[in-house]
Design a protein around this ligand. Sequence first.
Ligand SMILES: [Ca+2]
Ligand SMILES: [Ca+2]
Length: 581
Amino acid sequence: MRRGLLSLAKRSVTAVAAAACFIAAANPTGPSPQVNQTGFLPQAAKWAVVHVDKALPGDDFAVVDVATGATVLQATLQPVAHWAPAGQQIRLADLSALQKTGNYRIRVAGQPDSAPFEVGGSVYATLSQGVLKAYYFSRAGMALEQRYAGVYAREAGHPDTEVLVHASAADAKRPAGSVISSPKGWYDAGDYNKYIVNSGISVSLLLAAYEHFPKVAGAWQVDIPEQGNGLPAVLNEAAWNIDWMLSMQDPADGGVYHKLTNLRFDGFVMPHVATKPRYVVQKTTAAALDFAATMAMASRVYARYETQRPGYAGQLLAAARKAFDWAEQHPQVLYVQPADVVTGQYDDQNLSDEWAWAATELWLSTQEARYRSRLDLASLPCNPPAWQDVSGMVWMSLAQHLAVLPAADAAHVRQTLRSCTQHFVADWQASAYRLALPEGAFGWGGNSVLLGQAMLLAAAHRVGGERPALDAAQSAVDYVLGRNPLGVTMVTGFGARSPRHPHHRPSQADGVDAPVPGFVVGGANPKQEDKAECPPYRADPVALAYVDDVCSYASNEVAINWNAPMVYMLAALKALTPSMD
Ligand SMILES: [Ca+2]
Ligand SMILES: [Ca+2]
């Protein structure tokens, strides 16, 4: 996320971790067979991958019950194929016929048994709550108590009640050096700063998980301090960050500061030890629009809880309108990193998608023509949602609200989601690995790109009903959860093998052996922007360009915008996969 902007502090830890991780770096290929190590809903498509660089003694695979050792499924592997991203000969195992609840391993003669996985109707419940709990572990300005955080309890960091207005954000009412209060929110990633652009898409995806799949996401139980207040856990967690975002809006003019940050990155220390001065930096159009979209969506969602949070939905909608008005008066204020600030930029030169997203959410929440008139659906692309390209957020939201759209708009949404995902479905069907690879799948945060693709496929499935779109989405999730050539569940603390040394300050500094759980890491990235900071690790084949080392912000960092699509997809799979009950 912060290309080329490594702090000196980051460098200091690298040497310590280097020796221990060199062996893993030299030979990162995971054991075969590889499978989603969490598992599958009973009626999901289920695939596993078997490496066959050495010829197998047979052509069959079996699925065996972990407890009894009984074989519950035996079938023939698919023909040998080459999967170029890993440079491997593979054979697929289709175990979709296995629908009986249980815990299983895949057995192939001549290879060790696979990691265990579960089949069951609640298979994603624990993981869903875990990836949501990661946001609690990321809270700024709050001590994490032992009763909620267990061994990851820590003191409060970054109260942000006395934040300085940076010169880039100064005006007559708030000159440089003015002090404002901007508490709460989530730490963005491996670092301790807070960025509106990335917060917007992250918290919006949590809200979308609830708005689109309320029965699933609304039922998630997470041990957090607000539990029992009448709101679902996902909305309590989202509100912690929404409240921070609200404080980033200048009440005088409605503009929104781009970020709240130190001038330089903190060292690899616990949050409460990091006490450098914090600043709000430059109001931008991107921040105003992402803020407006998020608050407009939030106003719809929290309106259901007017009794528990009286006035909140109205406050959110008023904030959204005011930010949109500011953007209309300042339509092209791009972020320019001040000379004395070196933290993440989240700078974006193309705001057409941000305009569309803000207009869409305000229109859906108000039905006012002034917002619809700012929305040109015909020219809007349909890309996997990302912080710098939120076009996909528009199509996902419109897909949710088809019933209130004019007929022509509804038809356009259906057609666009179909056409923008059909190449993913075709690639998935043709792939030796049963995996469509969107642009950027092997780049910074590639796991989130795959999950973003899955979200569009889920939206296409919702409006079109075609089963292959859902199965292709499942495959993308499977990849992140262990059906990958590294054989690693790319979520800390989940699965038989998962990252131990993420680029995440509390995980490195807390004195606890295991990393803080529930964080999706970036994934294989042959660009290796961290090359100077890391021990050598392979860049080729691209799907193996990963190292489980704290140095590796290019392949092993965590980020709130990488967890969010996993939260969304776990709700989507549970809600959309057919079920007997
Ligand atoms: Ca953009
Ligand atoms: Ca640790």
